[in-house]
Design a protein around this ligand. Structure first.
Ligand code: 5AD
Ligand code: SF4
Length: 442
């Protein structure tokens, strides 16, 4: 057998990249690579990159710059760039940073082993195709080793919506859904390895329409299929577009016990003028109506959202409407960003760009309000008894760390239960980022 080689993968961006990195590590594992936790030990460094905002993309080049000294020490070290920057910039990456050997886009990961072989023979290798074949059919599944109780599972990729700010349709390509049977088998495999909580991933996951028998299944149908797996206890999905929040999917929140009462549903802005300019094709009111229906179907549902401030043309009045929507909904969790111009997107050429200082001011105001609501929501957990999935050991002796249905981290000293169990804990207090609790019962 040939000597094992060390692989260091660094993942940027969304959960989809986290999932892809895991699949790539498994696939390269079959080629004799074992994962290490620092670039200094590596024979191969792989950056799985994100192109969503300018800052995310620029980070890659500063990381690559730092690897120069490693390559000087070890001339056999190979460096690959995968993910959305690879897709968007292609060979430009090697032009800008010649120490890069491999550039591979998100739809070509199953070709990575062949690319590495050609690189080992001294050639650079670039693949940013959107191939006909489905990469997931060709990527090997993970060995049957125990793993952490929460996992991501990509069920859908790509996007056909073309929001005016967003690179995803360009980096991840057209919308595609994996077949139900393929997802079901993968979910069963994860559950056999100890997984109890699965988050179904897709850039447009609620538009899911994968084949099941001779017809296409919807996301709620897929969720109902997966809920039949006995030891799978929790199901989540992210990220969704308001326009694909069908009544069937809303109702599923009331019908499927395993579907968690927590939904990430980005609105981006509370102003109809901005939403139109963003090509969102929904209004603030239609969004609010969906939230109302969800709360009717599942009264304990908590919401999470994404916001962009300073989209071209956004006025003070538009921004005020975003604050109003936030005050009305009270998100349990939210992500907010300054608008960042992305090459190739339709808003990029707008002459109505908002000055940076105004963007910063608005972001600070919005984040202040969002974090106030976030704190209130977390505080409202104190005194309650909540089901918590125990995920990993804590820093202190005998301490375990778990997650509530709302994804709050919980610390408790427990000797009655073990990792992978769902136990009832009494919430004693809330710290900045997590809850403290004590064991009550199984
Ligand atoms: N600028 C700022 N934020 C963006 N997002 C997507 N594209 C941009 C951009 N060009 C945000 C959106 C999206 C989240 C994943 O990232 O809020 O929902
Ligand atoms: Fe970033 Fe979007 Fe690519 Fe995820 S899909 S890594 S958020 S650009």
């Amino acid at each position: 057998m040939s000597k094992t080689k060390n692989l260091y993968i660094k993942t940027f961006g969304c959960q989809m990249n986290v999932y892809d990195s895991e699949r790539m590590a498994t696939s390269l594992g079959a080629e004799g690579y074992s994962e290490v936790s620092s670039p200094e030990e590596a024979d191969m460094i792989l950056l799985n990159t994100c192109h969503i905002r300018e800052k995310a993309a620029e980070k890659i080049y500063s990381d690559l710059g730092r690897y120069k000294s490693l390559k000087a020490k070890n001339p056999d070290l190979k460096i690959g760039v995968a993910g959305c920057v690879a897709q968007a910039e292609g060979e430009e990456i090697i032009r800008r940073q010649p120490l890069v050997d491999i550039v591979v886009g998100p739809q070509a990961y199953h070709r990575l082993p062949a690319m590495i072989k050609s690189v080992e023979n001294g050639k650079k290798s670039i693949d940013t195709d959107f191939p006909e074949e489905d990469k997931f059919e060709y990527l090997p599944s993970a060995p049957k080793m125990k793993r952490a109780p929460s996992a991501f599972l990509t069920v859908q990729e790509g996007c056909d919506k073309f929001c005016a700010f967003c690179v995803v349709p360009f980096t991840r390509g057209a919308e595609m859904s994996r077949p139900v049977s393929q997802i079901f088998n993968e979910a069963e495999g994860l559950v056999e390895r100890g997984v109890r909580d699965i988050t179904l991933l897709g850039q447009n996951v609620n538009a899911y329409h994968g084949p099941m028998g001779s017809a296409d299944a919807t996301l709620p149908q897929l969720i109902k299929e997966l809920s039949k797996i006995n030891d799978l206890k929790r199901i989540r999905f992210t990220t969704s577009h308001p326009n694909d929040m069908t009544q069937e999917l809303i109702d599923a929140h009331g019908e499927v016990e395993k579907l968690m009462p927590y939904l990430h549903l980005p609105v981006q802005s509370g102003s109809d003028d901005v939403l139109t300019a963003m090509n969102r094709k929904h209004t603030a009111k239609s969004y609010m109506e969906i939230i109302e229906k969800l709360r009717f179907a599942r009264p304990d549902i908590a919401l999470s959202g994404d916001f962009i401030v300073g989209f071209p043309g956004e006025t003070d009045k538009d921004f005020e409407q975003t604050l109003e929507l936030v005050r009305e909904i009270k998100y349990a969790q939210a992500y907010s960003f300054k608008y960042s111009t992305r090459p190739g997107t339709s808003a990029a050429d707008s002459k109505k760009q908002v000055p940076e200082e105004i963007k910063s001011e608005r972001l600070a105001k919005l984040q202040n309000l969002l974090s106030q609501h976030q704190k209130e929501f977390m505080g409202s957990m104190v005194g309650r008894i909540l089901p918590v999935l125990l995920e990993r050991p804590g820093r202190m002796d005998g301490q375990l760390v778990g997650r509530t249905e709302y994804l709050h981290g919980v610390h408790a000293t427990i000797d009655q239960a073990q990792i992978g169990d769902i136990v009832n804990l009494r919430i004693l207090g809330a710290d900045t980022n997590s809850l403290r609790a004590e064991f009550v019962s199984f």
